[in-house]
Design a protein around this ligand. Sequence first.
Ligand SMILES: [Zn+2]
Ligand SMILES: [Zn+2]
Length: 237
Amino acid sequence: MCGRINLRLQVAFVPYQYSQPKSGREVIVQKYTFNPFQTNTFIIHSGSEAVLIDASAHMPEEFDLIESYISENKLTVKALLLTHGHIDHIMGCAHLTETYGMPWMLNPADKPFVDRAQDQARMFGVEFDPRQIKTTPIKEGDSVRFGDVDWSVLETPGHSPGSVSFVDEENEVVISGDVLFNGSIGRTDLLFGSMPVLMQSIYQKLIPLGDQFKVLCGHGPDTIIGHERAMNPFLQG
Ligand SMILES: [Zn+2]
Ligand SMILES: [Zn+2]
């Protein structure tokens, strides 16, 4: 679920490069905002290899956008990644697993959300693909490699118990899911959420990455750690 953010109506963004000039490597981000919860899905690619982060697509036109981007750019999907198991991030999981022939990488602490997706859907009054979602476990310290990129997995619980962030040390980018937003933080009033645990994740895992780190968020626009440290009203205590 989203945090305290303004809804955005924009659906597709122009691809942009996120790599640092010093690395000399091109890493491209294509970002989409889908579904009634306005949740971001990212296609990130390096060379001919790509990963998808979160499956917020839920309508045929949304799947078309993702699938045609992948095919038009002649990309091979190397991994399907979930930042966490909330319904707005898993709506398109079954469909995209069928398209790309692989399960979604998910921290096991959020598996109960995926296994009970229909209950989540009923609670929020949204339709949901009835097919079982296939997952494979990821944990802190695991690597995700594609193209020239090598990411590490950080466990950043609190918004949900199995929330993870993906860190690209070389390019100074973190994909934070619903942990930290531009001007806000993830909500903690959902099942198994915890404000103290969330704050610990932000202060002990994300902020130490460094002020210059770019943050790609599960909702809303990107940000920079230093900007949030200085301006985010939830981090001024
Ligand atoms: Zn969430
Ligand atoms: Zn969300």
